[in-house]
Design a binder for this molecule. Sequence first.
Ligand SMILES: [Zn+2]
Length: 215
Amino acid sequence: MRKRAHLLGIGAEIAALLLAATCAGCEEPATLLCPPCEEALRAAPRLGVTPRGMPVRAALPFEGVAARCIRRLKGDGETFLARPLGTALATVLAPVVRPTTWVVPVPTARSAYRRRGYRVPDLLIRRAHAEPQRLLSLAARTEDQRGLDMRAREANVRGTMRVRRSGEGAEVVVVDDVVTTGATFDEAARALESAGFRVVAAIALAATPRHGGFG
Ligand SMILES: [Zn+2]
């Protein structure tokens, strides 16, 4: 009896939490993600190019519902959003991954990992049913890219990544959550190629529409 009462208590707490929740995409009350917003997270692939001319495929535009959901995943710990967002990522990731391909997330700053308790690109890759291989690490302190223009972003990330092992020609797909100019992808490719990997694709969950020809 006590156990049942306890469970009822938990049920009521979950119900209260759900009632207090709002949709991550549109703030509609009493839901974590409403059906129209879930629909808006369906992949709408777009192609862009990095400053060094590497093509980047992104699953979603970084705007509207998708941008709000990604911000809540990155900033508010709403990790359940990695599931629908991972499904969108899979539509652009799966076609470029062969059994021998390494799927490599862009490295997460230690401070961001400490703050969140998870690495966003790695989590998204897992939810896209692939295995993240953390080959890249940040060699130096990298300033936050927000607020920097394209040229400053390139200078800011150049020489900041290290590779943990040699590639011997292995194929790599690099994955990030949001691509803005693509300077981070260029730096990841530079580091991986100098270690002997072959970068065959750059894949992002979302692309900002303003920069780098993404749109
Ligand atoms: Zn909604």
